[in-house]
Write a protein that binds this ligand. Structure first.
Ligand code: GLN
Length: 397
């Protein structure tokens, strides 16, 4: 009999741990878990090493090493035009995952409703449960966006999700796993509902720098009229600087909401690794060419992988940001004689040596994800090319 607490029993082991273990077991190219197979920027490493050598070995300030709060505030203010106070508005956390947990535990009451777009990143659903709240879902559907081919939502479905119990809506843009970048018009609709119904917004913007199309820029919900005072903006260095293992993230929010984030953060981790905060501060303050180089590499990988998958019979949905592609595998699975997203992913790992994520775990009604598969392309160009070479063997299946 399991001893796992009832509120966490439904979630099992995350799909990322499961698929990476399987990829390692079968020697597969790992296009499942989203982490780069190359090192982060030298300048970040040098600053972290210097901090260790300088004896930065004790607890950091609970809300963050002041230099890092300043760097985060400066970057966000620069991008949005908002006036950000590094000490009053920014809280440094152990990755964005902790920031999400601290936001839910510190600001959501049992019985509150929280709106999530599905497919959703798996930790949101678990954090709603840990906070004792109730999720409501708005489904992103391929081709549902007016005038576009990407994923979109039905405005009426969104309106219906708001009730008198709604405490917050979580918006992840650029969006994992679909690669969607929410448009200004979509964000305006969300902002209007939040303002009218006095609802808080929580935004996960960890892919904020990873957009590939100048006509589809990333927009922060907090920068829209009347939204800063009701929004908690979350991000990290993990994706932007290819430092996923550093686990340095943050929450930016007005003092009223920051109080809730810190109320939980002080008891979750209190503070996060001091030398790595120094390293993160250095690279955020002076990113140099780092982000640009990653964006160029990822754009190339997205294009090459998308067209290879299309040739193999996948229906690939246009991805404007993040480092993920979603594709419909119906035709490929029929050819291979496998069923469902898990069937396809098992066959790809075992027979073709390429791992991907079965996205049904990102849906409340898992049926909605069964015909889909998610690939990541945050890898060296050579790794993507090798994965394509392996997948080409599906042609003759
Ligand atoms: N965010 C990464 C992804 O979506 C993985 C995060 C994790 O492993 N928990 O692939």
């Amino acid at each position: 009999m399991t001893r796992v607490a009832a509120r966490l029993q439904p979630f099992g082991t995350t799909i990322f741990a499961e698929m990476t273990a399987l990829a390692n077991k079968h020697g597969a190219v790992n296009l499942a878990q989203g982490f780069p197979d190359f090192d982060g920027p030298e300048a970040a490493k040098a600053a972290a090493k210097a901090a260790i050598d300088a004896g930065e070995a004790q607890y950091a300030r609970m809300s963050g090493v002041p230099k890092l709060n300043q760097a985060v505030a400066g970057a966000f203010a620069g991008r949005t035009g908002l006036a950000i106070d590094p000490d009053a508005h920014v809280t440094i956390t152990s990755g964005c995952t902790e920031a999400i947990a601290a936001t839910f535990l510190g600001l959501i009451n049992p019985g509150d409703e929280v709106i999530l777009f599905e497919p959703f990143y798996d930790s949101y659903r678990a954090c709603v449960a840990m906070a004792g709240a109730r999720p409501r879902f708005v489904t992103l559907r391929p081709g549902a966006r007016v005038g576009g081919k990407g994923f979109g939502f039905d405005p009426d479905e969104l309106r219906r999700a708001f009730t008198d119990k709604t405490r917050a809506i979580l918006v992840n843009t650029p969006h994992n796993p679909t690669g969607k970048v929410f448009t200004r018009a979509e964000l305006e609709l969300i902002a209007g509902l939040c303002r009218d119904l006095n609802v808080m917004a929580i935004t996960d913007e960890v892919y904020e720098h990873l957009t590939y199309d100048a006509s589809k820029p990333h927009v922060s919900l907090a920068s829209m009229p009347g939204m800063f005072d009701r929004t908690v903006t979350l991000s990290s260095v993990g994706k932007s600087f290819s430092l996923t293992g550093w686990k340095i993230g943050w929450a930016i929010a007005p003092p009223t909401l920051t109080a809730g984030v810190r109320a939980a953060h002080q008891f979750l981790t209190f503070a996060t690794a001091t030398p790595l905060q120094h390293g993160a501060a250095a690279i955020i303050a002076n990113p140099g060419a780092a982000v640009r180089e990653y964006v160029d590499l990822f754009r190339r990988n997205r294009d090459v992988l998308s067209s290879a998958l299309r040739e193999l019979g996948f229906r690939v949905y246009d991805a404007e940001g993040t480092y993920f592609i979603m594709a419909d595998h119906t035709e490929v699975s029929r050819r291979l004689g496998v069923t469902g997203d898990r069937g396809l992913c098992a066959a790809m790992i075992e027979k073709y040596g390429v791992a991907a994520i079965p996205p049904s775990v990102f849906y409340e009604n898992q049926e909605h994800g069964r015909s889909l598969v998610r690939f990541t392309y945050c890898k060296k160009a050579a790794t993507i090319d090798e994965a394509i070479r392996r997948l080409e063997r599906m042609r003759t299946a």
